[in-house]
Design a protein around this ligand. Structure first.
Ligand code: URA
Length: 236
């Protein structure tokens, strides 16, 4: 890989900042000063130092975002802003992907990573990773709905869902709930409520597996996962 990629991936700065730093002669590869960003280096063989300190190569990045409504969970889109557009260059050049999708109008926890193995683990139906959502619902959500979700409901395409755990937080003409499901069918939460004659007015994901949305993150903000969160996901 190129030397500037190594340096940028280690968190020193963007590719542009790294190039400037290289020009100052602050970087050595195997003890020799290198100013050329294009020089090829190999994490298994080469030692890169910045101001005489070793620079560890970092391959993967793990981010949590508080996704705002109006933004698409995709890497590119011809019309709409994507969650990738919300990332700094320093994180974008790792080429992370959203782990699964939230609808354009859904808010909340979205993990982004370039670690394909982790994405696969979290998304594979075999692993039954629980996802918890908060929702405001038009209509009175009842214990009968909770019982139906526990049993599994039949969606508009005939698919019967796996059991979902519905907790009613507020009952009324507009209700508030938390729903935990272990699948990720297209529009699943909205379609589950549709199957019991109700409409989701607002939807926010609170958690995925053992990782919970950091409520300190404003809508559109993101941060790297902590060591503890990576442990919870079986990483690090
Ligand atoms: N279920 C939905 O209906 N929408 C989402 O964005 C996520 C789950």
């Amino acid at each position: 890989m190129r030397l500037d990629k190594w340096l940028a991936n280690s968190g020193i700065g963007s590719r542009k900042e790294v190039k400037k730093l290289l020009k100052t002669g602050a970087v050595t590869v195997n003890g020799k000063m290198v100013k050329d960003a294009k020089v090829q280096v190999n994490p298994d063989e080469d030692e890169v130092m910045l101001f005489d300190e070793p620079v560890e190569y970092r391959e993967f990045i793990y981010l949590m975002m508080n996704k705002p409504a109006g933004v698409i969970s995709a890497t590119e889109d011809s019309r709409d802003e994507t969650v990738i557009d919300l990332l700094d260059e320093m994180h974008r050049h790792f080429e992370p992907h959203p782990v699964g999708r939230l609808d354009k109008d859904t808010e909340g926890l979205l993990l982004l990573t370039n670690d394909g193995q982790l994405s696969h683990h979290l998304l594979s139906p075999k692993h039954h990773v629980p996802k918890t959502y908060f929702a405001r619902i038009l209509g009175e959500v009842t214990e009968a709905d909770a019982a139906a979700f526990k049993e599994g409901v039949v969606l508009d395409d005939g698919y019967k869902t796996k059991p979902g755990d519905l907790v009613i937080l507020k009952q009324g003409k507009e209700s508030e709930i938390e729903l935990t499901i272990t699948e990720g069918k297209f529009h699943q939460v909205k379609r589950m409520f549709q199957s019991v004659g109700k409409e989701v007015l607002f939807l926010k994901r609170l958690s995925m597996g053992a990782v919970t949305l950091d409520e300190e993150l404003e809508l559109g903000e993101y941060r790297e996962l902590s060591g503890e969160e990576l442990d919870l996901l079986g990483k690090s």
